[in-house]
Design a protein around this ligand. Structure first.
Ligand code: AMP
Length: 150
């Protein structure tokens, strides 16, 4: 029975942008056993990865289809867009959704006003400004509760 048991395929995650967030994500996902490929158009950005990073680094502009093909985009389980440019993140998110039919696409957007616009494209949006505002509000509520008790 064990012989015929199908081995679970390793998840293949593509990250676009090896900045502070991209590099941290790549290290974490790779450490947790996922196959990770990270793309950046500036090869110096890869120094942010940990020396033990076990994934693949690829230099290229992710807005180019040739670069996405070279990354073997068609077989990716998820794609995470974390360049420093909202337009790039959203453009590449739409390309990989439409052309490569990637089920799980997550894009970071700095501009909170654009967050809701992209939900209709079935793209998950992470907005650091909105998340931080929520967290700060939570911390303020907790400290107000503590003050009431004291
Ligand atoms: P950060 O500002 O720390 O989040 O870093 C963003 C990263 O995205 C930088 O390392 C940029 O070089 C990278 N980046 C920006 N545009 C592109 C692009 N079109 N393709 C690939 N990487 C990019």
């Amino acid at each position: 029975m064990g012989l015929f048991k199908e081995r679970k395929k390793k998840e293949y995650i593509i990250i676009v942008g090896c900045g502070r967030l991209g590099a941290k994500l790549a290290d974490t996902l790779s450490e947790s056993g996922k196959k990770v490929l990270i793309i950046d158009n500036n090869e110096r950005s890869f120094y942010k990865l940990s020396p033990s990073f076990g994934g693949i680094m690829m230099t290229g502009d992710a807005t180019e289809i040739a670069v996405l093909n070279e990354a073997n985009m068609a077989v990716a389980s998820a794609v995470i867009l974390v360049t420093n440019n909202d337009n790039t993140n959203i453009l590449v998110a739409q390309i990989v959704k439409e052309l490569f039919d990637i089920r799980h696409v997550i894009a970071r957007l700095h501009d909170p006003d654009r967050e809701c616009v992209y939900h209709e494209f079935n793209i998950d949006i992470i907005c650091p400004a909105a998340l931080s505002a929520k967290e700060i509000d939570k911390l303020l509520c907790v400290s107000n509760e503590v003050e009431k008790v004291l």
